[in-house]
Every structure is written in structure tokens, then in C-alpha cells.
Design a protein around this ligand. Sequence first.
Ligand SMILES: [Zn+2]
Ligand SMILES: [Zn+2]
Length: 271
Amino acid sequence: MPFWICATCAVEHSERIEVCAICADDRQWVPADGQRWTSLTEMADAGYRAEVAEGEPDLWAISSRPGAGIGQQSKLIRTDAGCLLFDPIGFLDGAAVQRVGEIGPVAAIVASHPHMYGVQVEWSRVLGGVPVLVAEKDRRWVARHDAAIRTWADDVEILPGVTLTQPGGHFPGSAVAHWAAGADGKGALLSSDTIFANPDRSSVSFMRSYPNRLPLSGAVVDRIATHVGRFDFDRLYGNFDNVIPADAAEIVRWSADRHIGWARGDFDDLT
Ligand SMILES: [Zn+2]
Ligand SMILES: [Zn+2]
């Protein structure tokens, strides 16, 4: 069965509908010249290539050049019990699939939220029917259904030492993955758009919409910071090449308090 990829967000769809619901939502955007659909074949013919790059030990980044849709970077975490593919990109090719297979069997595919669904079902199929976990609260955004999709809630230890949890905020089911062995055993958080690693590498942001600059309330930001404060982590990976290399837990709490202060008007006199 053919499927279609929204050219703007790179989320797979089983049908070419009039407009991608994920892009029409107030968190995203539809191009001025209208909805455009593409396909893996069209993208490959246009020169798209997927790349798998080694990060820290047992972590790889998967991206495409040029960037597909939003242009996210998947993370692949390896454990002795298999790999987690987090935030699957909206493109794949044979070379990348082979490389992922060499790194280790993928045990689960999880997108942090609907903007990051990419071609998650296609990744599942080319990797042999790997389970695709979708947050129960956000299941209505799935536009290509498949028997491999399972919904989840609360905390799930998807692999030994790799825990999925849903602080929410950006989407009701917005998730992060905690990797206890990351950052030399100090712990790493794959936080995607749930907690956005800023370009200054020393602060993070919490937004309903990043492209449309729509902030979350102070109460929700406090809840998100408290939620992830249960975990030990020193490094935080965003869903692009953005990263907080060290002291990430403290930076998340400090950034949350800064956000709350600004939203409350505490700093309006700052020059
Ligand atoms: Zn879209
Ligand atoms: Zn997003």
C-alpha cells in the first residue's frame, strides 16, 4: 500500500487528505502556497539521504540530508536487550536501515509527540515489525495506522535502564526517555520538544508551539520540571543536534523557575 508524507512535518499518512492535521494545528504551520505531499521515492529521487552518526557510547543520531520536514534527529540507544529508536525521522533508505540493523535489534520505536511521528510505521516495517509506542493521550494524531502500534501511558521501562514517561505540556502526552547509563552513567534525558535544549547550551524552554512562539503556563512548566526531577540525569538531548552537555537536571529546574518568573512579570524591569 502506498503512503504519503507531509512535506512540511514529514509525518506519514495513509491517505492524501486535504491538509495535514498536525500542520493545521496551532502548534505548527501550513505553507503559504498550501499543503504538499511527497513520498519516500520522490524524496530519494530528489537526493535525500539518511545518515547514522555515532554520538556518545551506545547512542547514535539519525538524520537526513537535506532534513525531512521539521528536520529532526532521531536517537538510537543501545542496551544489551536491544535498541530504542526515539523520534524516528520522516525519511529512510536502505543504507540507514542496514546500519541500524548492524548496531543492534531495535526493540521499540517511540516518538516523543506527534510532530516527531515521522515515518514510524515504515521504520517498523523495514526493521521487521518493531512495536511502535504511541502515547494514549495523543493517539488521535496517528494518520497511518498499523498493527505494530501500541498505546502507552504513565511510566514504561521499555528496556533495562531506559524509561519512557510523559510530562506532557507541548502535547498532552509529550514524552521523554530517561537513559540511566547515558553520560557515563550519570544519566541522560532525551527530551525532544517536551523540554527544548536552547542554542546557548545552558538553558531550556517549554512551549506549546516553538514555530509560533506560544508559551506554556508557569503551572505546567513547574509540573514538567517536577516530573523529570524524579530522574537522575546530567545530559539532555534535544530532537535536533541541540544538547545540554552537563548539569542538565539543575539547568531544567533553573530554566523552569526563570520561565515561571517571566510569565508572572517578575523581570519586567530588567534592562
Ligand atoms: Zn504535516
Ligand atoms: Zn513539537
